[in-house]
Design a binder for this molecule. Sequence first.
Ligand SMILES: [Zn+2]
Length: 362
Amino acid sequence: MNSTMNYPGLWFEDGDIVLSANPHVGDARRLFLVHKHTLSSYSPVFWNIFNEPSGVRAEDVDGIQAKNDVELLQVNDPASDLAELLQCLYYPTQMPFNFKEPTVNIDMGGLLRLCKKYDIADLAARVVNQLKFEWPTSLAIYEQHEARVRMLGLAHADAPGGQIDEKYLDDRFPEPASIVALAREFDIPELLPAAFYALSLISPRAKYDMYHSPIARQHPECAARLAMLTRSARWSLLAPADLLRLARGQDQLRSPTALTKMFEGRTRSADCSAGCDALLVALRRLAGDTHDILGALTYLRIYITEPDRAPKMKICRTCAAATCGVVATLRLRIWSSLPLWFGVPGVRWHQSNQNWPADQVR
Ligand SMILES: [Zn+2]
C-alpha cells in the first residue's frame, strides 16, 4: 500500500520539505509540508539532516528524496506524535497542554520521545514542567490538584449517567501507570510519588483499556462503574518492582495508628461537647476505612470549618482549631514520607509548601 494523506493544519503551501510519518496500522502515511528553516531553528538534529545528510543514521530516517521541487523526508515516527510536535513548534502560543487542566488528549510520552530524538530541549523542558504540575512535586500544588478532582467529582456525580460532554470523570485525568512508565523511561523520578499515590487509590480490577474501549463503555456494568466515578489504570504497564513499591507504600498508608495517635493525645477542655468526642470516633473510622488518607484529612478540615456544617457538628472552638492544626501537620508528614514509602528516596522534592512559580502559570 502506498497511499498518503496530507495532514490538515500542518500543510504549508510555501513549505520546502515534506515529512512522511508512520500511520496507525493499515492507515495511509501522513504527510506534513513544513519549513526546513523552522525545523532547523528548533532542532540541531534536523539542521544536520538538511545540511549534512550523510551524517544522519539510516535507522532514523530514510534520507531526503527530491520529488518535484519539494524534498521528502521519511521519518520513523508515529504520525500522531509528530503532529503534536509540529503543532508545538508552529503554534507555541497554543500549546496543547497548560497548567489549567490535566493533559488527556495528547501522549506526553510520545511528545517527549520526539523532543529527545530531535534534541528540542526547550520544548522537552516545558513538557517535563507540565508533568511535574500534573503529578505534583509539592503539597501546595497537590492541594490545587485535590481541589480540582473534588470539584469535578461533585459535578460528575450530579450529572446524568455521571457524564459531562460524553465524558466520565475517568476520562478527565491522565492514567497513572503510564506516567510511572514515562518517569522510568525518561528518568523523572519526581513524578513517581504522586503517580504511585494515585495508583494506590485505584482497584487492581479497574483496567483502563477495558473501561475505555468503545464496546465496553456500552456495557451496563462498565458504564455504571464509570458513572460512580471509578478510576482505572493500565496495570500491565507496571514492572514487578514497581508493583512491589506500590504495595509497600499502600501498606504504610493503611496503618492508621500513627494517624489517630496525634488526635488521641488531646485532652478534653471545659468547653468540649458531645461533638468533640464524636470527632475522635469518626476519625478512627476514617483512618481505618479510607484509602485516600490525604483526601480524607482535607474533607475533615472542610467539614469542621465550613460555616454551613460546623455549628451542627457541635465541636468546640479549641478542638476545631487544634484539629485543623493536626490535619495540616499530618498531611505534610504523610506527603513528605511518600517518596520513602513508595521506594523512590532521594527525589528532588520541592519545598513542601511551595507554590508553582507564578511566571510559569499560564
Ligand atoms: Zn472540644
